[in-house]
Write a protein that binds this ligand. Sequence first.
Ligand code: A3P
Length: 350
Amino acid sequence: MEFPLTICFKAKNREEEEQDERIYKTYEQLILTLPDSTKYLPPFSSSSMTKFHQHLRCYHGFWFRPEFVLLGAMAAQDHFVPRSSDILICTPPKVGTTWLKALAFATLNRNDQPCRQSLLLSHNPHICVPSLEYNLYGERRLPELTAVPSPRLLSTHIPYQLFPSSWVSSGFKIVYLCRNPKDTFVSYWHFINKITGEESYHDSLDDVFNSFLKGVHLAGPLWDHVLGYWNASLVNPHNVLFMRYEELKSDPFVRLRRLAEFMQCPFSEEEERQGVLEKILDMCSLESMRNLDVNKNGHTIKHSFKFKNDAFFRKGKVGDWVNFLTPEMAERLDQLMEQKLHNCGLSFND
Ligand code: A3P
């Protein structure tokens, strides 16, 4: 199998490059007119920070990092042409996206790439399953996705409410993953501390938590993100599979079987007998993934910013929030979620 990212970025001539520059300049100018958060943005590298990088920006009610996410999200909205066979992994940040990407990639490609030969052994899951707004449309040059064979496995943090109507009517499949909001927040807190690298992040946990309660965090508000996909799954259960991190942890076999069925590549009885599910779950486990050289020592480089791949792998524990949030903080977040999700049939307090 050819590796999607190498197919997507072919050399362009001067004219094409200038056209891309003009397109991205327009988005950049639009972003500068959007409401900004005054703080809570980790300084990746002060030398590379410009006015453009300094704040989260609010776009149609959702908050985004301008340079990594919003620029690419806008370009994807305008230029990504979905196929009905596409499979999109959709998540808010820090809910187990990396894990779900690994599971979906390994499952979908198991015939070409049995576990011992999987690309996941040498590439971070975020490279194997590229993000629309980050890896593909966030590069300040439009990718060429037509040569990527079907089914294309892609991902996004873009909220469902921001999907253009052409995406909604395309019939592509969406796998959505969410997680207990308290664990999501704690994971987010650790992540933004970790990715700042040597530079320390100066905002306190309390500050970041208060901001989270206001919905001011990457792809927030969390409740609106979850609600958009939850409602879509109720309207169209054949096209939207709604999953939770906790269910994946407690019932991995059942959820992996369901994921394979949903992606239209169900495991056969023979595969079940041969232990293919066990092998996939084992390869994608937190322990196996984090011990791979690429995830221990590798980086994901984006313009002048460098993410350490190990930042995506921490404890992976359900309920780790008790070690970081006071009972009062937990109560505030629980109540807020309850209030926002009231009467929609979804709850995180069970
Ligand atoms: P914790 O910070 O609670 O440990 P995302 O992938 O959306 O960025 O989410 C990261 C969270 O998923 C982190 O949670 C991380 O440890 C956990 N995670 C990453 N890979 C995992 C895996 N293979 N199995 C289970 N959890 C995983």
